[in-house]
Design a protein around this ligand. Structure first.
Ligand code: C2E
Ligand code: MG
Ligand code: MG
Length: 627
């Protein structure tokens, strides 16, 4: 029976999944033929034995068919995953792709079958990259990595690609199977996490953490190539006032704009970072091999930064002026640590602030001493109120006939070692540390007590008393309540109280401070704008505020008789006050000549050394008696 002996047997080889369909077909055909022969055989007695063998064979084949069908189902399922799949032949010609491939690349099966996967190339990887990939594939028959590919619509995206080579029985590669997934989202998430950890979300500048890292790299680089570098510590002037008066979103807009301007001031390769709050840091690397040239270069950049920052800003339709104080510290190799370098730049920055802001200073060791003194002063200031070291001084204010009609309260600090300390030396510190709030409260309540006492005497009954109030005090939500409570406790007459505020108030867009002023004015309290002319007040801003008086700053008054510009400013302020129906007073009047000019210009209230210095209460009373 040659036919029987030639009966084809089928062997299923696990793992050769791509031929599973063919196998199913083959097994099916063969099973039909086997059944046919079995029937023929069953009728023959002589072939009974064979028939039993055949029956066994049929059973086995049925079993194999079931397995093959199952395998085909699994293969089909596995091929249609979320990941894109490409099957190529040994020459890298595409044989099949799955539906995910079409979804991810935009190409249909028909468009890519018969072509080469290189149609997906974005051009971001060079030839060397693909050479290395093929080397690995040949050697290990496996490659995995990230590749930037191009979709049909031209968009480029990153994908994680795995390529496996499939070999036949002779170990010859017959197919390549590529599976890939789009990793743009993961990549983006990773980048976001990195950005959050190392960049300031508001300005997009490197944050303190990244800055410290860059700074140590800069020091290492300087040590390697012996070049000089510099650190610029930049602090915005009066930023706190802007934040307090106009709100944080306004402050945020300013910081974003400052960051953009700083970026424009530096070379590529230098770093600008946000150190925190209103502090920025610039690292200049490899400025020069010569110390003097490097220092000159750093000073130039600092000047450029100062200028860039001081140009007018337009924030939410408002024009705003901002300046910065900059401290510079040079570095060369690893002469000192990152922390020491920052401390030096910070010290120099404080010096710049002290010099009058909108300027820059180069670190020198003497500055350190100044800073230490400041720290000591701060420690003492914290104790001053509890130790009853503050004194109120009074400076007379006179009318056109030079008769005293009021006084300004000026604070003095009776320091146990330093003697009398002028407010010029501690008010700013008190504002920076927040100590101005309790100190200011003390001044206000003491002044009101004094007003009450003055009611007893004929000579003092009609005096107005002016009190300087910091914008920080006014910005407290309960300031109106505080003043009401003080008036109730002291029983002082609010009509005799005048509050002096400075021009920083004009920056207030929230109008809440103007509302507070209006509420206090309702009680009878007067308001004066102090140091007028030194800030950026405009008529429109002034009109919004419930003011009673403008106080011409003493810097203009002092020069009125020999500086034409200052004389013009004084005249303008007086005209402005008249236009707004406000009283006007000149402060810092020291000479008869100044007094005479002021009178000519139409100012009839004065304060200054010509009439009296600020003096203690007893002396003030004596001056009043002298007339
Ligand atoms: P200010 O309110 O503008 O006070 C006037 C300053 O000019 C006073 O300085 C006063 O002594 C000085 N002065 C008055 N007449 C003349 C003059 O003819 N020539 C010259 N060269 N100077 C004159 P002082 O007392 O050192 O106060 C400085 C600043 O400190 C004040 O300026 C004020 O802004 C602040 N201040 C003083 N006391 C307080 C206070 O109790 N609270 C707050 N927040 N600030 C205060
Ligand atoms: Mg004043
Ligand atoms: Mg003043």
């Amino acid at each position: 029976m040659p036919l029987l002996l030639n009966f084809p047997r089928v062997t299923l080889v696990a793992g050769k999944t791509c031929t599973a369909a063919a196998i199913v077909d083959t097994i099916g055909n063969k099973l039909t033929r086997v059944k046919h022969w079995a029937e023929v055989l069953m009728s023959s007695e002589a072939l009974l034995e064979e028939r039993e063998k055949w029956q066994l064979e049929v059973l086995e084949l049925k079993q194999q068919l079931k397995m093959a069908e199952q395998e085909l189902r699994i293969t089909r399922h596995a091929f249609e995953t979320q990941d894109g799949m490409i099957v190529t032949d040994a020459n890298n010609v595409i044989l099949r792709v799955n539906r995910a491939f079409t979804r991810l690349t935009g190409y249909s099966q028909e468009e890519v079958i018969g072509t080469n996967p290189s149609i997906l190339k974005s051009g971001r990887q060079n030839a060397a990259f693909y050479r290395r990939m093929w080397d690995t594939l040949r050697k290990h028959r496996f490659w995995q990595g990230e590749v930037w590919d191009k979709r049909k619509d031209g968009s480029i995206y990153p994908k994680l690609l795995t390529i496996t080579a499939v070999a036949d029985e002779n170990n010859e590669v017959v197919n390549y199977i590529g599976t890939f997934s789009d990793v743009s989202q993961q990549k983006e998430a990773k980048e976001n996490i990195y950005r959050l950890a190392f960049y300031d979300p508001l300005t997009q500048l490197p944050n303190r953490r990244l800055l410290m890292d860059r700074l140590s790299q800069a020091l290492a680089g300087s040590l390697r190539n012996h070049s000089y570098g510099a650190v610029l510590f930049i602090d915005l002037d009066n930023f706190k006032t802007l934040n307090d008066t106009k709100g944080h979103d306004f402050g945020d807009l300013l910081l974003i704009e400052v960051a953009a301007r700083l970026r424009n001031c530096i070379r590529q390769g230098d770093t600008v970072a946000r150190f925190g709050g209103d502090e920025f840091l610039v690292i200049l690397e490899g400025v020069s091999y010569d110390e003097d040239i490097a220092t000159g270069g750093a000073l130039n950049v600092a000047e450029k930064v100062c200028k860039a920052i001081s140009h007018t800003y337009t924030l939410k339709g408002y024009n705003y002026h901002c300046t910065a104080s900059i401290g510079i510290s040079m570095f060369h190799g690893d002469d000192f640590t990152v922390h020491e370098l920052l401390r030096r730049a910070d010290t120099a920055m404080y010096q710049a602030k002290h010099t009058g802001r909108n300027t820059f200073c180069l670190f020198n060791p003497h500055m350190q001493h100044i800073l230490e003194q400041r720290a000591l002063l701060e420690a003492d200031l914290r104790q001053a109120l509890a130790r009853d070291q503050f004194r109120l001084y009074y400076q007379m204010q006179v009318d056109a006939q030079q008769r005293a009609y009021g006084a300004e309260v000026l604070l003095r600090w009776q320091h146990p070692e330093r003697g009398i300390v002028s407010p010029a030396h501690f008010i700013e510190l008190a504002e920076e540390t927040g100590l101005i709030l309790p100190i200011g409260h003390y001044v206000l309540i003491s002044a009101c007590r004094q007003l009450k006492q003055w009611e007893q005497e004929e000579s003092t009954r009609d005096l107005m008393l002016s009190v300087n109030v910091s914008i920080m005090q006014l910005s407290q939500a309960d300031f109106v309540e505080q003043v009401k409570a003080i008036l109730e406790t002291t029983k002082a007459n609010p009509n005799r109280l005048k509050i002096e505020l400075t021009e920083s108030l004009v920056l207030d867009s929230s109008s809440s401070n103007a509302d507070k002023m209006a509420a206090l004015q309702q009680l009878g309290i007067h308001f004066a704008m102090d140091d007028f002319g030194t800030g950026y007040s405009s008529l429109i801003h002034l009109k919004r505020l419930p003011l009673n008086q403008l106080k011409i700053d003493r810097s203009f008054v002092g020069n009125i008789d020999h500086n034409l510009n200052d004389a013009v400013i004084v005249k303008t302020i007086i005209a402005m006050a008249n236009a707004l129906d406000l009283e006007v007073i000149a402060e810092g009047v020291e000479t008869e000549a100044q007094l005479e000019l002021l009178r000519q210009y139409g100012c009839f209230a004065f304060q200054g050394y010509l009439f009296s210095q600020p003096v203690c209460l007893e002396e003030f009373h004596q001056l009043l008696l002298l007339g």
